[in-house]
Design a protein around this ligand. Structure first.
Ligand code: GTP
Ligand code: MG
Length: 199
């Protein structure tokens, strides 16, 4: 698939306000600072359509991007960011779970995992939560340009831990927005999903 056009299509603080259109959605979720907004820019071939920051907690609403005038990428706030107030954090978390559990046209959630740091319990809990709620998801490892050895260790350990809990692995993608890695595979996967939804 080629991404020919991408445009910002709105920000929403509550799933109830999200657009009531008939377009497929691919959502991106993960801990704050894992690289969700950067990956969305990388996929869209746009440097800064989604706002990114070296400080965690940048994306605070549910942000929609319309791609090829046909489907949406949805950028979500991060979970597990310790430096915001408990109240704000639980607000974001209910925004995220509300979105994930209630969007009719949500085709797949892409959970991003930072491959340059050890496996985080919070990520595993989130993966298991999606599995338990039967939300279709894939895993996307990010920042694989940072440290090659620890990337392999983290990726292998994450897969092993998923298999402790589940019988099979979800689709897994290895990416670096900085080094332009992993885009083709993800674009193929979006295309496969869109095709399967037409059948
Ligand atoms: P929140 O909106 O705060 O939840 O964060 P986010 O997950 O959207 O992360 P964002 O895309 O804003 O990126 C966070 C930081 O990670 C930025 O400083 C990015 O430049 C950096 N980053 C993102 N992707 C990569 C990558 O592939 N490699 C490296 N080395 N850094 C990256
Ligand atoms: Mg963001």
């Amino acid at each position: 698939m080629l991404i020919k056009t991408a445009k910002y299509a709105g920000s929403y603080a509550d799933v109830k306000d999200c657009p009531g259109v008939n377009a497929v959605e691919f959502a991106f979720i993960g801990r704050s600072n894992v690289g969700k907004s950067s990956l969305i820019n990388f996929l869209m071939g746009r440097k800064d359509l989604a706002r990114t920051s070296s400080k965690p907690g940048k994306t605070q609403t549910i942000n929609y991007y319309l791609v090829n005038d046909s489907f949406h990428f949805v950028d979500l706030p991060g979970y597990g960011f310790a430096q915001v107030s408990k109240e704000k954090r639980s607000g974001w978390e209910s925004m995220i779970t509300g979105y994930l559990l209630h969007r009719e046209h949500l085709a797949c959630v892409f959970q991003l995992i930072d491959a340059s740091i050890p496996v985080q319990q919070k990520d595993m809990e989130f993966t298991n939560w999606m599995g338990e709620h039967e939300i279709p998801f894939a895993i996307v490892f990010t920042k694989t340009d940072k440290k090659e050895k620890s990337d392999d260790d983290t990726i292998a350990a994450y897969k092993r831990q998923m298999l402790d809990f589940w019988e099979s692995l979800p689709p897994v993608f290895i990416t670096s927005a900085r080094k332009d890695n992993g885009k083709e595979e993800l674009l193929h996967y979006f295309e496969d999903i869109l095709k399967s939804m037409k059948d």
